[in-house]
Ligand binder design. Sequence first.
Ligand SMILES: [Mg+2]
Length: 214
Amino acid sequence: MPLAGIRDWVFDLDNTLYPAPTLYDAIGERMTSYIARHARVDEMRALELREHYFHEYGATVVGLSRHHDIDADDFMLDVHDVDYSVLGEDRELAALIAKLPGRKIIFTNGGGGHAERTLKALGLADLFEHVFDLGDSGYAPKPQLQSYERLCTAFDIDPTRAILIEDTLRNLEPAHDMGFATALVGPVHPDPRPSYVQHYAYDVHTLLRDWIGA
Ligand SMILES: [Mg+2]
């Protein structure tokens, strides 16, 4: 298979391993009402803040803890208290990931137990050695370089023998600069494709099927 030298397979979670809109509405509504309650603004303003901080910092919670008296851990736990059973098991994906040789690691800007609950609902929990989430990064979300450096330190990852698989284009560039191989998944692709995107596919199933030769 291609990528024979890869030792660590680092996967983003949301919109990479599953279509996140399934959960985003429920989580987003909890975010908006949490912001409204704790920042004492109306729901319309809360929604504006949520989106503004997401674009500004890569994760809403970073802006909230920086500019409002909001506890990041409490926010993350509260907003992810949603029904994960809307996600079904993905046995095909489980079989594909199981065939990859080496460690499998989740690297996500989510937090508050979101990754663990998502993996469990998808039937993928046993396939990943590690989960590295926003809390583990010290609330330094991708694409901040610190986030990638902390990931590599935490699990002793050699970036030149690792690949990052992501749906968010901007998160691949720092990884590539550090020596990671990169793969972009998702229905929309930039044209022309930047040179830091080495592999790409419509979805993760297609990408892995192609690599494994299934
Ligand atoms: Mg994603």
